[in-house]
Design a protein around this ligand. Structure first.
Ligand SMILES: Nc1nc2c(ncn2[C@@H]2O[C@H](COP(=O)(O)OP(=O)(O)OP(=O)(O)O)[C@@H](O)[C@H]2O)c(=O)[nH]1
Ligand SMILES: [Mg+2]
Length: 315
């Protein structure tokens, strides 16, 4: 656990320097907590994709907290800000939420991955497959991105790395029918988990959104209660657009959770607060690198700790 904490902290270092360190800088340069300082902090929050309303909410709470105390050091602000943000993220959330712990009675547990182009769907599936395989689960990846031959090869490489089975087809077959075959196979052969890869698609393209609804129907034909989880994979560097992606995808196929990828590469961590403010869909996974182990359950407390910790002490 300590090791994991440390690595998460390291991986968030870029995000921190674009966000928390800037706030600390403002506070130490200005030295006082006047309106202007608060405005500058608010601006940093907004620039980091927190969203206007969320930034206002954070500032308001910070003002309230700080007023009672009148302490004006950077360290104290760091602590208060961490508290306020943790509170906001933690609200209505189960801290022990574990994506990788599946209900025993559901077999196969079918998880579909959707999202716009290049967000990290295939990579995320590879990482998740590896986790489940390590836990002794019988995993089937379904190569439902039949659009490009290269996409099928890419997901096949991940299946091999993770040591799990894959159902693949010839390129350009109808994705809904390939996915039907995959889920039907998993039902027949008693797989524990099915991970369905889908082609990246723009949320504004009606035809592609309809295709997603068709995919959903064909999954249900093979397994009526499935998909048990539909994950929207969002690139954390996308900014505000993430919200509109989620709303559009959620209309085509009911989303259960969000995997926020490339969190290691963004200097703008605020999107996580923005999602909390604007969507009813929880972030359950964080992608923090390109390697097979670079995936984490999202825990508000751990996340905020990693985010705010100064680096020299163990979180
Ligand atoms: N740094 C970093 N890179 C990531 C992460 N997740 C994915 N990537 C990279 O993002 C790029 C796109 O990843 P893919 O998994 O191919 O994305 P995709 O959503 O399947 O793409 P399409 O199928 O084309 O829509 C690859 O270069 C991945 O290595 C992450 O958490 N961190
Ligand atoms: Mg892909």
């Amino acid at each position: 656990m300590l090791n994991m904490m440390k690595s998460l902290k390291d991986k968030l270092s870029k995000t921190k320097s674009g966000f928390i360190d800037k706030i600390a800088e403002v506070v130490s340069v200005r030295g006082v907590f006047d309106e202007e300082t608060y405005e500058e902090i608010e601006e940093i929050l907004i620039r980091n994709d927190t969203g206007f309303e969320m930034a206002e909410q954070i500032i308001e709470r910070l003002k309230k907290e700080l007023k009672t105390d009148r302490i004006k050091s950077v360290e104290v602000v760091r602590i208060y800000l961490a508290d306020v943000m943790q509170d906001i993220l933690f609200k209505d959330m189960q801290e022990d939420d574990d994506f990788f712990s599946l209900p025993e009675e559901i077999k196969p547990y079918v998880i579909a991955f959707v999202g716009v182009n290049g967000t990290g769907k295939t990579t995320t599936i590879g990482k998740i497959a590896h986790r489940f395989a390590k836990a002794g689960k019988k995993v089937l990846i379904v190569a439902g991105d039949t659009f490009r031959a290269a996409a099928i090869d890419q997901v096949a490489i991940w299946a091999e790395r993770a040591g799990v089975d894959i159902l693949r087809s010839e390129p350009e077959r109808d994705p809904a029918s390939v996915i039907y075959d995959g889920v039907a196979k998993a039902v027949a052969k008693s797989y524990d988990v099915v991970l369905i890869d889908t082609a990246g698609r723009q949320h504004t393209k009606d035809r592609l959104m309809k295709e997603l609804a068709k995919i959903d129907r064909s999954i249900k034909k093979a397994c009526p209660e499935a998909p048990h989880e539909t994950v929207l994979v969002v690139d954390s560097t996308t900014g505000q657009n993430a919200i509109s992606q989620a709303l559009h995808f959620n209309e085509a196929i009911k989303l259960n959770s969000i995997a926020l990828t490339k969190f290691d590469g963004t200097a703008k961590g605020g999107i996580i607060f923005n999602i909390k403010q604007n969507l009813q869909i929880p972030v359950r996974l964080l992608g923090v690198g390109e390697g097979i182990d670079d995936i984490e359950n999202f825990h508000a407390v751990r996340f905020v700790k990693a985010f705010f910790d100064k680096g020299d002490t163990e979180a």
